[in-house]
Design a protein around this ligand. Structure first.
Ligand SMILES: Cc1cc2nc3c(=O)[nH]c(=O)nc-3n(C[C@H](O)[C@H](O)[C@H](O)COP(=O)(O)OP(=O)(O)OC[C@H]3O[C@@H](n4cnc5c(N)ncnc54)[C@H](O)[C@@H]3O)c2cc1C
Length: 404
């Protein structure tokens, strides 16, 4: 293999979903030289190119906001120049405990979010490499010396002190030999489009948000229900499987629209990455569990998060869910954080992915400054930076329901 160039940085981030963009932005804001490589042509990953344009609840369902920091900052970036459907109770900020049961959730324009992310990361000085795939790792005894990336230039070697795997599928972790766990995902595939009827509805409602709707290929819904009986789950980490997933879903989508009048509707966007929610994650130093860890305080918490589905459900995310001892200069975040069962779902949704991404960025910056093993980073210092950025590191026990 011919290596055509070499690059150097403090922190290399593989994959620019919300977790990777948060990690890159945070490390750059802490003065680090950051390179962010993304195989698609836009930032945001599943939240933009994957069409998942809904920030899951960032509150406890009683009027108290749990998720702040960069998660809230990015939500505001997502809606700054586009539509939003923030509930009225939350329009002017946090309403306060006991004042509402409406949850702080919000749809946004995926494309506009991708553009604002690009502007913000560019402003922060992150070197963004689009259309660039991380293909290999060069390592000694679990320590990464460099990664190889491939784009139009050919192969480039990138050397860094710290590496972040936010490919969503733990590609870099697997290349390095970090223990991982793989779990397939559902037959979900939805493009976006509009029809004459949806345009009419939007004009009547006076909101552009109502123009586009989902054109489903795969029969499973957004939440995985209706996965065809007998069909194995899709494996997002096997190249042949991923191609089969796209082919099956695209043909199903085409068959679905063959029934319509072609003059009455148009599809404007197909998903440009798979929509498989759980693929491969780190088997981290700690694996978050649902029943056992709800309402549990962790001394190494990087931030408090809420259960998207359960009112009052609160967790803290231990730093151990992002790292694995024995691998001193790699950390993960987002979809590949270590959680089992529903706890994995609690960890991987958009606000949570941003929170763990931000924490990974802080950890890398501190590890570069302290020249230390990432698993041994000063947790108190990390928590202080997270708090300064507006995050809640430990939830308030007063928010825990009495029966719990
Ligand atoms: C069907 C479905 C419905 C969902 N619904 C919701 C919802 O309503 N609300 C919510 O908050 N969350 C939802 N989620 C979850 C949420 O969208 C994702 O978990 C979250 O966006 C993941 O962010 P991430 O940054 O960890 O990973 P990703 O968004 O997957 O980002 C990974 C990035 O890495 C890039 N990449 C991958 N491999 C490489 C490589 N080798 N080299 C370079 N780049 C690479 C990818 O192109 C991608 O941009 C849903 C997910 C799915 C699949």
């Amino acid at each position: 293999m011919k290596i055509v160039a070499e690059k150097n940085c403090d922190v290399f981030v593989a994959g620019a979903g919300v977790a990777g963009t948060a990690a890159a932005l945070q490390a750059a804001r802490m003065g680090k030289k950051v390179i962010l490589a993304e195989k698609c042509a836009a930032l945001g990953g599943m939240a933009t190119t994957g069409h998942v344009n809904l920030f899951e609840p960032m509150c406890n369902g009683r009027g108290t906001q749990i998720m702040k920091g960069m998660a809230d900052e990015m939500l505001r970036m997502a809606i700054r120049y586009g539509y939003d459907d923030t509930p009225a109770d939350w329009k002017d900020g946090e309403p306060g405990q006991g004042t509402t049961t409406k949850r702080y959730v919000c749809h946004f324009s995926a494309c506009i979010f991708a553009l604002t992310l690009c502007e913000e990361l560019n402003k922060a000085g992150v070197e963004i490499l689009f259309d660039t795939v991380v293909t290999d790792v060069e390592a000694t005894d679990g320590h990464i010396d460099s990664v190889l990336i491939f784009n139009k230039s050919g192969y480039t070697r990138v050397k860094a002190a710290m590496f972040v795997d936010t490919t969503g599928d733990s590609d870099l972790l697997a290349m390095l030999g970090v223990p991982t766990i793989t779990q397939g995902g559902h037959h979900t595939y939805a493009g976006w489009g509009f029809s004459l009827d949806s345009c009419k509805r939007a004009v009547e409602a006076g909101t552009v948000e109502k123009v586009c709707y989902d054109f489903h290929g795969g029969r499973a819904g957004w939440n995985g229900t209706r996965h065809p009986e007998g069909m194995p789950l899709w494996d997002g980490t096997n190249g042949d499987q991923v191609s089969k997933y796209f082919i099956a879903n695209q043909i199903e989508l085409l068959n679905n629209i063959k029934q319509d009048d072609r003059h009455s509707r148009e599809i404007v966007m197909l998903p440009f990455m798979h929509q498989i929610r759980t693929t491969r994650r780190i088997d981290g130093d700690y694996t978050l569990r649902y029943e056992e860890d709800m309402y549990r305080h962790f001394p190494d918490s990087v931030g408090a998060v809420c259960d998207p589905m359960k009112r009052d459900g609160l967790f803290e995310v231990p730093f151990g869910t992002l790292v694995r001892t024995g691998f001193d200069n790699i950390i993960t975040a987002g979809r590949s954080a270590s959680g089992e069962g529903w706890a994995w779902n609690v960890l991987r949704v958009i606000p949570q992915a941003i929170l763990t991404g931000q924490a990974a960025g802080v950890a890398c910056a501190l590890a570069v400054e302290e020249k230390c093993d990432i698993t041994k980073v000063d947790i108190a210092a990390l928590q202080a930076v997270m708090e300064q950025a507006g995050n809640i590191v430990h939830f308030d026990d007063a928010l825990v329901p009495k029966e719990a």
